[in-house]
Write a protein that binds this ligand. Structure first.
Ligand code: SAM
Ligand code: SF4
Length: 330
C-alpha cells in the first residue's frame, strides 16, 4: 500500500479497547466515559480486519489501547495474529501495555509469538507513580516488567516527559534501564483529548531533556529508525538505546509508514488529523465481502495526509485533536 506521497504503509497500530485499569493524568480524565460495548468490534472482527491489512502488505502490527491486555479474550486474537508471523505475511507483532497484566500474561505472549513489548513507566518513585496513574501501584507494573524479561520478551520502557513531575528522574531511569537491559523512550506530551489540568503546565521539550542528559551520558547518534516519530541514540555507558519522541518539536511525517485502527473499526490515517475511514460498516456488510473490505482500505490509504499540525498553545484552550490517546492508541 503506497499513499499519495509515496510512503509505503506497512505498520498498523490497533487499539483493541478504549478501556483501561489506570487513569494516567495526561491520557484520561478520572471519570472517563467509555464506548458502549455494541460499538466495539468483536475480537473476531478485529482479527478479520487485521488479516485484511496483512493481505494488503502490513508487516508489523502493534496492539495498544486503552490497555490492550485488560480486554477479555485478547490472548486469542494475539495467538491468531502470532500465527501469521513468517509465512503468513506478518513480520512482527508487538504490544504497548501499562504492564499490570504481565505477571500473568507474559509467558502466553511469548508463546503466541510476541518478542518485544513496550511498557509505560513514567517514574521509579512509588508516590509519583500513584499521582500520575491515579489508580496504579508501581509494584504491579514492576512485577510485570520483570515477568516479561523472564519470559524472554525484549522490553522497551516508555516514559512521558512531564514538567515538574518526573523531570528530575531521567538520569536514574536511564541507569536503571541500562542495569536491566531495557531500552528507554521518552515521549513529549501531545494535545489529545480533554483532560483535567493545563497541557502547558506538563509540556517539557525533549530538546532540553536531551541536553541535560548529555551532562552525564554519552549519546551516540544511530541510524536506527522505526518510521515513527522517535530518534534513537545509543547510550555509550550502558550499551542500550534511548529514543526521543518529539511530535511537537520535530516533524516526522515525511517518513510515516503507519495508520491507526480503533476498536470501533475507525481507521485514522494520521494521529494528528480528524479524517478517518469507517471500516466497521464495510466489515459488517455481507454484500461487501473480502474484496469490498480490501477496496475500502485501499481507498483510505489514498486519503493519508501529508502531515499533522499539533500545537500546544495557551491561546488555544481546547486540544488540537479531540479524541483521547486511549481511543486512537499510542
Ligand atoms: N495502556 C497502554 C500504555 O499505557 O502503555 C497503551 C496505551 S497508551 C495510550 C500508549 C502510550 O501513549 C503510553 O506510553 C502513554 O504514556 C502515551 N500517552 C498517553 N497519552 C499521551 C499524551 N497525551 N501525550 C503523549 N503520550 C501519551
Ligand atoms: Fe491507561 Fe495507558 Fe492511558 Fe495510562 S496511558 S490511562 S495506562 S491507556
Amino acid at each position: 500500500m503506497i499513499d499519495p506521497f509515496g510512503r509505503r504503509i506497512s505498520y498498523l497500530r490497533v487499539s483493541v479497547t478504549d478501556r483501561c485499569d489506570l487513569r494516567c493524568v495526561y491520557c484520561m480524565a478520572e471519570d472517563m466515559t467509555f464506548l458502549p460495548k455494541r460499538e466495539v468490534l468483536t475480537l473476531e472482527e478485529l482479527d478479520r480486519l487485521c488479516g485484511a491489512f496483512i493481505d494488503l502488505g502490513v508487516e508489523k502490527i502493534r496492539l495498544t489501547g486503552g490497555e490492550p491486555l485488560v480486554r477479555r479474550g485478547v490472548i486469542g486474537l494475539i495467538r491468531n495474529l502470532g500465527g501469521r508471523i513468517g509465512g503468513g505475511g506478518l513480520k512482527e507483532l508487538t504490544i504497548t501495555t501499562n504492564g499490570t497484566q504481565l505477571p500473568k500474561m507474559a509467558d502466553d505472549l511469548y508463546t503466541a509469538g510476541v518478542r518485544r513489548i513496550n511498557v509505560s513507566l513514567d517514574t521509579l518513585d512509588p508516590a509519583v507513580f500513584k499521582a500520575v496513574t491515579r489508580w496504579g501501584e508501581i509494584g504491579q507494573t514492576l512485577d510485570g516488567i520483570f515477568a516479561a524479561k523472564a519470559a524472554g520478551l525484549a522490553v522497551k520502557i516508555n516514559a512521558v516527559a512531564l514538567k515538574g513531575v518526573n523531570e528530575g528522574e531521567y538520569d536514574r531511569m536511564l541507569a536503571w534501564c541500562g542495569e536491566h537491559g531495557f531500552d528507554l523512550t521518552l515521549i513529549e506530551t501531545m494535545p489529545l483529548g480533554e483532560i483535567t489540568g493545563d497541557r502547558m503546565d506538563q509540556y517539557l521539550p525533549l530538546s532540553v531533556v536531551r541536553d541535560r542528559l548529555r551532562a552525564h551520558w554519552t549519546l551516540q547518534e544511530t541510524d536506527y529508525r522505526t518510521g515513527g516519530p522517535a530518534r534513537y541514540y545509543t547510550v555509550k555507558e550502558t550499551g542500550r538505546r534511548i529514543g526521543f519522541i518529539t511530535p511537537m518539536t520535530h516533524n516526522f511525517c515525511e517518513s510515516c509508514n503507519r495508520v491507526r485502527l480503533t476498536c470501533t473499526g475507525t481507521l485514522y490515517m494520521c494521529l494528528g488529523q480528524e479524517d478517518a475511514a469507517d471500516l466497521r460498516q464495510v466489515l459488517r456488510d455481507p454484500a461487501a465481502g473480502e474484496e469490498g473490505l480490501h477496496e475500502a482500505i485501499r481507498a483510505a490509504m489514498l486519503r493519508k495526509p501529508k502531515g499533522h499540525d499539533f500545537v500546544i498553545d495557551r491561546r488555544q484552550a481546547r486540544p488540537a485533536v479531540a479524541r483521547h490517546m486511549s481511543v486512537t492508541g499510542g
